[in-house]
Design a protein around this ligand. Structure first.
Ligand code: SF4
Length: 339
């Protein structure tokens, strides 16, 4: 059951655990980014430093002038909108294909949501909340990729979903280099239960697409599969889907475990259903049965360990002050209880 994990390629705001490049010369701590350094190929970037604002520097803010947003440094009166826009274009054009982004929350440049937009460079109340200037370009170009800010990753459910997506996309990216149709079929089979938990309808469509692999040219075959994979992974697994998957897997062992063991497995699933246990509890029990009975058809299922186990016990540190962290973001995020 030991699996090889491809290293996700993730663009990260440079001020998060990499360099003290914030406006005041500070660095942002993030237990998730720190732990991920051993498993991920990070591409750190600080757009404000890249456009020459220096460290330390006067802060910038988004100012809406006649309906158009500008990035302005009130202390100097500089309008760096064009500099920032052309840097974002240049940088994102030159990127090797990324698997995800971790950007600094709240920043007028890098924040993915909730960034204040002001009516003037003078002291004033915010009129709206939006994404930062650089983050807007990222969201526009990569709407299908996992994009999070470091604060949201302090939430265990959001982090679990993000890590699952980046490690699955990295595995696909590694596999797709070969353009081998049979490797694609194996990838799809190994991710069957993980995808079932995310999006049952897309799983069916992906299965049909892979089943017809011999009639498609490799290029469109892989491109279309990747689109469907990204769409499926952008959906947060519903806990009801997770329960269906757990019950389905339990069915493999119905006649092989004792009635007490089966009752215990069902009790763990019920505890998860009632919100008293995490997904890991029933999932790990079922995984132990896969190993015990050497159930070949389930051995490779990524559902059991979508990312390295060293990343599963990161500290839970909610810093969102009680705000519902599923809110305020892109539509694919379903506000429903998940793993
Ligand atoms: S938030 Fe973005 S622009 Fe600001 S210091 Fe961090 S990386 Fe640089």
């Amino acid at each position: 059951m030991e699996r090889h994990y491809a290293r996700p390629r993730v663009v990260v705001s440079r001020c998060i655990e990499f360099d003290p490049c914030r406006y005041d010369g500070s660095k942002i701590p993030s237990p998730t980014v720190e732990r991920l350094k051993s498993f991920v190929d990070f591409i750190p970037v600080c757009p404000e430093v890249e456009i020459g604002l220096g460290i330390p520097r006067a802060t910038v803010r988004i100012v809406r002038i006649e309906g158009v947003d500008h990035l302005i440094q009130p202390a100097t009166g500089r309008d760096v909108t064009d500099d920032m826009t052309s840097f974002a274009t240049r940088f994102l054009d030159s990127l090797p294909p990324p698997d995800g982004f971790i950007l600094k929350g709240g920043s007028p440049t890098s924040g993915t949501s909730n960034v204040r937009v002001y009516p003037s460079a003078e002291k004033s109340m915010a009129i709206e909340r939006s994404a930062g200037f650089f983050a807007r370009e990222v969201l526009k170009r990569f709407p299908h990729l996992p994009i999070e800010d470091e604060l949201r990753l302090n939430n265990a459910r959001i982090r679990d979903h993000f890590l699952t997506a980046i490690f699955t996309l990295a595995a696909f990216r590694e596999m797709e280099i070969s353009r081998d149709r049979e490797a694609l079929a194996r990838f799809h089979a190994a991710n069957k239960f993980l995808l079932m938990a995310c999006h049952q309808q897309l799983l069916r469509e992906m299965g049909q697409w892979v089943a017809g692999r011999s009639v498609h040219d490799p290029e469109p075959l892989f491109v279309r599969y990747r689109e469907m994979l990204c769409a499926a992974l952008s959906r947060v697994p519903r806990y009801t889907n997770n329960i269906s998957v757990l019950q389905h897997i339990l069915g493999y062992f119905r006649n092989r475990v004792t009635s007490d063991e089966k009752a215990y497995g069902l009790r763990l699933i019920d505890r998860y259903k009632a919100g008293h246990a995490t997904l890991a509890e029933p999932r790990d029990l079922l995984r132990s049965w896969v190993i015990r009975f050497q159930e070949r058809s389930l051995m490779d299922q990524t559902f059991f360990a979508p990312y390295p186990f060293e990343l599963a016990d990161l500290p839970e540190d909610i810093t969102e002050r009680g705000r519902d962290v599923w809110k305020d973001r892109r539509p694919p995020v379903t506000r429903e209880r998940t793993g």
